[in-house]
Design a binder for this molecule. Structure first.
Ligand SMILES: *Cc1c(COP(=O)(O)O)cnc(C)c1O
Length: 375
């Protein structure tokens, strides 16, 4: 059996090698390496796919979050509510802009922010909420959006892990994650569900003014060449990356199906393992399984990880520390309420190999060792 990997980008590439190589060669032949036609073509294709009115490509997902917050015109000291269980970038850009990340607890089943924590986190300085659609599943957005509307708050979705996920509102309306708040941010880091061959990111919005601001900030605050109306940054999606993404976007739904199928196989193989909790499926959301994440009870997570590693089965801890325990945030972030679930998840979670190329035999091997461990 071939070596089991957390992600297998090379095999995925081999399936579409002809198309990808041709797209890359075309960029080199045209040599429009910055802002070539492939960049705008990709922005339009992604807008059509997600239903967003405007897609603004940029250099990476972290920049997407930063530029979004800049476009909202927040002032130093303004508070932005984030989940305490997330990748650091979500809160890092808030600190970078001298805003205050207000850390809130998450749901123990979905790993996501819920509306319940927002009331307590609210102060007169609150300006925005950043829900993170963690591991490929949407937060329950209807109540979060209602809360934001009632209190005049901006919503910036961190959709770096959930591109392609669809949320169902209580009235049956369906929307892609990243298109429900004022701005949605995503990342094309190679291992994300839609990954390029380096760094990339994008913002999405339905608001023409926010789209204009994001586009301008990402381009040195200029709308007319060498005329700068804002302090911005330099954040571009390379033409080469856009060319790769144009090919891979066509396969995104197929990739999501492969991942969902792999998740179902894990579910069936691991259903009866004592002390192991399988990922929860939210009734309001599809799941694109950026990660397949177990919770291991009884303080045995690290032992399981080591047991698997000794048998050449990789696994990862996303994430070992909640935001409140990160040194960088100690003096700038404000905890709101108990963050015990986030802290507990950091001690319990274990993500298994999950990618578009995973075979049934590989999954059986992963599962067999988990079963052996638990017996
Ligand atoms: C990957 C990721 C980011 C940052 O994206 P980059 O492209 O690596 O900058 C932000 N938030 C979350 C939740 C992520 O998983």
């Amino acid at each position: 059996m071939s070596h089991i990997r957390m992600v297998d980008l090379h095999t995925q590439y081999l399936h579409i090698r002809g198309e990808v190589d041709a797209a890359i060669q075309q960029v080199i032949d045209q040599s429009a390496f910055i802002n070539g036609p492939q960049v705008e073509a990709f922005a339009q294709a992604l807008a059509a796919y997600t239903g967003a009115k405007y897609v603004i490509p940029c250099a990476n997902g972290t920049d997407a979050l930063q530029i979004s917050l800049m476009a909202l015109g927040l002032q130093p000291g303004d508070e932005v509510i984030v989940p305490a269980f997330t990748y650091v970038a979500t809160a890092e850009v808030i600190g970078l802009l001298h805003l205050v990340p207000v850390m809130t607890d998450v749901d123990p089943h979905t790993f996501n922010m819920t509306v319940e924590v927002l009331e307590q986190a609210l102060t007169p300085r609150t300006r925005a909420i950043v829900p993170v659609h963690l591991f490929g599943q949407s937060c329950d957005m209807a109540p979060i959006l209602d809360f934001a509307r009632q209190h005049g708050l901006f919503v910036v979705e961190d959709n770096a892990q959930a591109l392609g996920t669809v949320y169902s509102f209580p009235d049956g309306t369906r929307r892609h994650t990243g298109t429900m708040g004022h701005i949605g941010c995503t990342s094309f880091f190679p291992s994300k569900n839609l990954g390029c061959f380096g760094d990339g990111g994008a913002m999405m919005t339905d608001d023409p003014e926010l789209a204009r601001l994001c586009r301008s900030i990402a381009n040195h605050g200029q709308e007319q060449k060498y005329h700068h109306s804002l302090i911005g940054c330099n954040s571009r999606l390379d033409t080469l990356q856009a060319a790769v993404l144009n090919v891979k976007l066509k396969y995104l739904d197929q990739y999501a199906r492969n991942r969902a199928l792999a998740a179902e196989r894990y579910d069936a193989l691991l259903r009866d393992v004592p002390g192991v909790m399988l990922p929860w499926r939210s009734p309001w959301s599809t799941h694109v399984f950026h990660q397949y994440t177990l919770q291991v009870a009884g303080g045995r997570r690290d032992a399981l990880k080591e047991y698997l590693a000794a048998r050449q089965i990789p696994s990862m801890i996303y994430y070992p520390l909640p935001l409140q325990e990160q040194q960088a945030f100690r003096s700038i972030a404000r905890p709101s309420g108990s963050l015990d679930v986030a802290a507990q998840l950091c001690r319990r979670v274990l993500s298994l190999p999950m990618h578009t190329e995973l075979t049934e035999a590989q999954q059986e091997e992963v599962a067999r060792h988990i079963v052996d461990f638990s017996e």
